[in-house]
Design a protein around this ligand. Structure first.
Ligand code: BGC
Length: 694
């Protein structure tokens, strides 16, 4: 009904942005109306259609500082995925949704679900790991609950935007089958759960065509096969054409109107773009607006629930922390025995690290490692939140003497470590949009620091603050390793609770930690040619480089993460799905119901503490398939008191058993006997059974 009332100009109004606040290169006459938003689309007042105020919000709402506001930082998305808890993902999304609205915004740009095909990708912390079922389920639940707060939801970056190097020009080359069974499957599962109003197309090319003018991805798969009814929004500056992009299925250009403003009008008037196509674009934007409720429930500025945000951030981080090594049960720290602790490195006296780029959330009071008043956040600064592990540990363990050394000087750090009962080294690996890591090894001489501390004190624990996997040449020398990710607004408290055992460790890795870069499918990310190198962020000005030949062939195909390691017979450092607990669990009694496609098994808590085990179910395709790896097919969180056992039944998701047949463009479920494997991690599946598909 609304569409029928609209003039051509009004329809076109919905199809492009009007600049980006706080970005000098993307200003338009109406940008000042944008309420500080990353994107602003004018409304149609006479029809009651509100403007779109579009905010970045990967692990919390961006630009709060610049807008004179405050927002909660949650653990990084990859961290939160380590909870394997869809309800936790829902809480995560709901909090962000509420805070987006509180800033007077009505659309979010969170929802990153690109698979961790390249763990050095500078944005892995914004995504949900390497498995399509886990990533799609977690991001789907996150965005479903975010959109339920009356903001338009988004899932991004569609698709194959798996590295940042040359992201605006790179041509990613991959077969349809591999793409469908890996990255696209994650998108599909996420979109099915969340029904987001929008999907953001990516900067890169896929098999020749840019993401935002790729008719296979947008028209055939997203809108065709999957029946997506919302709108496709371009990544910022990711639109490259008018007619081609419109025909391929791009609905809205952001943040400017270079192609979908006057140029699109001219194309319509010249008969080059049919009116039905314009109607289609506008209808999709309207659909998302009504679907999300932003028409019926206009955004209203309000005050954020700061304490509630702290509590949620803490609960989510407590579920996200992954205990990787715990020799001789050094953890949890025993207050009766530990009289002194040396905290070393990582600015652990003042704060914890956060991830950068458009995901950056502003810490209250500015960057904690800067003098007060000088800590405003800038693009690609390394930002520490004022979440001091030193303070949190002193508060949790008042009986111990806890001292800090920056670790800059190895000898004095080692001396402090030697004098203490326990040494905890805080090691960091900063990541941001617009760059990739040169290596998964720790930067800034931290490996040497850890070796020195471990040599000085056998009770050395390493706490990692990273957005991705870390290589650990010192692993054999230390007693404990805890992965805390980018830990969010209450990360210090969550960490202290896990170190002290007030909270049991339950998280499990959503990505593989390899032994070295050389084990990765691409030991080195192909470097850009000198003429393709852009200034600053490593992103290049695409328009000047349309003829670039920069390409990457994803010949590992659908073997992303653990599938690669298994197929290539490479041992990882820590496998996908791995994570220790302060108790232990025993698995038994697997039966598989082929008719119901379900696995039934028992898990018992055989240790002394209560805990929640994440039980993982994998499947192998029947003999005769060309696969030599297993696929995650289901999981279940099981909370168990000491001595308690539970028998659970979990449905095996048929989507991960299917294969995509390129010749018919169809999914197929092979008949035969599938092996079903159950256990605590992808490389430890003690229970075996069989599923018959006829
Ligand atoms: C990023 C998007 C982001 C957009 C708006 C782009 O550089 O790739 O993820 O939503 O900017 O800030």
């Amino acid at each position: 009904m609304v569409l029928k009332q609209m003039t051509l100009d009004e329809k076109l109004t919905l199809l492009h942005g009007n600049g980006m606040a706080h970005a000098s290169q993307w200003q338009m006459p109406k940008t000042h109306l944008a309420n500080g938003a990353a994107g602003y689309v004018e409304g149609i007042q006479r029809l009651g259609i509100p403007p779109l105020y579009i905010s970045d919000a990967a692990y919390g709402v961006r630009d709060s500082g610049a807008n004179g506001r405050y927002s909660t930082a949650l653990p990084s998305a990859l961290g939160a995925t380590s909870s394997w808890d869809p309800q936790a993902a829902c809480k995560y999304g709901a909090l962000i949704g509420r805070e987006v609205r509180a800033q007077g915004m009505n659309m979010t740009l969170g929802g990153g679900v690109n698979l961790t095909r390249e763990p050095r990708d500078g944005r892995t912390f914004e995504y949900a790991g390497e498995d399509p079922l886990l990533a799609g389920t977690m991001v789907g639940n996150l965005m479903k609950c975010e959109q339920a707060e009356y903001v338009i939801g988004d899932i991004k970056h569609y698709a194959m935007n798996d590295q940042e190097t040359g992201r605006n020009i790179v041509n990613t080359i991959i077969s349809k089958r591999a793409m469908q069974e890996s990255d696209l499957l994650a998108f599909h599962i996420g979109i099915d759960i969340a029904h987001p109003g929008a999907v953001m197309c990516s900067y890169n090319r896929i098999n020749g065509d840019y993401g935002c003018e790729n008719s296979y991805l947008l028209r055939d798969v997203l809108k065709g096969e999957w029946g997506f009814e919302g709108f496709v929004i371009s990544d910022w500056g990711g639109t490259h054409s008018t007619e081609k992009a419109s025909a391929a299925g791009l609905d809205q250009e952001q943040p400017m109107a270079d192609f979908f403003g006057p140029a699109l009008k001219q194309a319509v008037e010249a008969g080059k773009v049919p009116m039905t196509q314009i109607d289609g674009h506008a209808r999709r934007v309207l659909y998302a607006e009504f679907l999300s409720g932003i028409v019926d429930h206009p955004a209203e500025k309000s005050v954020v629930d700061v304490q509630g945000g702290f509590d949620t951030a803490q609960q989510l981080e407590e579920k996200s922390i992954v205990l990787l090594k715990n020799e001789n049960a050094i953890l949890p720290l025993d207050p009766a025995k530990v009289r002194s602790i040396a905290l070393i490195g990582g600015h652990a006296d003042v704060g914890m690290l956060s991830g950068g780029g458009s995901a950056q959330v502003d810490p209250p009071g500015g960057n904690a490692i800067m003098p007060p008043g000088q800590g405003a956040t800038h693009w690609q600064d390394h930002i520490w939140f004022p979440t001091s592990p030193l303070k949190a540990l002193r508060a949790t363990l008042p009986s111990a003497k806890i001292e800090y050394n920056s670790g800059e000087e190895l000898a004095s750090a080692a001396a402090l470590a030697k004098s203490a009962d326990v040494a905890i080294v805080f090691a960091y690996q900063w990541q941001a949009e617009g760059m990739d890591l040169p290596t998964l090894a720790l930067p800034d001489n931290q490996d040497a620091l850890i070796q020195q501390i471990a040599a000085a004190n056998p009770h050395t624990i390493v706490v990692l603050e990273s957005g991705t996997a870390v290589i650990m040449p010192w692993l054999d020398k230390v007693a404990g390793v805890v992965e805390a990710w980018y830990a969010g607004s209450s990360g210090h408290k969550a960490l202290a609770n896990v170190l002290l055992g007030d909270v049991n460790a339950t998280g499990k890795l959503a990505i593989t930690f390899p032994k070295s870069d050389s084990d990765l499918p691409h030991p080195v990310i192909p470097p850009l040619a000198p003429e393709d190198k852009g200034a600053g962020t490593g992103a290049v000005d695409d328009r000047a480089h349309v003829e670039s030949k920069y390409a990457i062939t994803y010949d590992e195909g659908l073997k992303v993460g653990y599938k690669w390691y298994e197929a290539e017979h490479k041992q990882s450092l820590f496998a996908f799905g791995f994570g220790l607990s302060y108790t232990s669990y025993a698995y038994s009694g697997l039966t598989v119901d082929s008719h119901a496609r379900a696995a039934r098994f028992t898990v018992k808590n055989v240790g002394k503490r209560a805990g929640t085990e994440i039980a993982e179910v994998y499947a192998r395709l029947p003999q005769g398939s060309d696969e030599s790896f297993k696929r995650l097919a289901a999981w279940k969180q099981i909370a168990l008191a000491p001595g308690e056992s539970q028998t659970v039944t979990v449905a095996i998701d048929p989507r991960v058993l299917q294969t995509f047949d390129e010749s018919s463009d169809r999914w197929k479920l092979a008949t035969g006997e599938y092996e079903v494997l159950v256990g605590p991690s992808s490389d430890n599946t003690p229970l075996k059974g069989h599923l018959q598909v006829r």
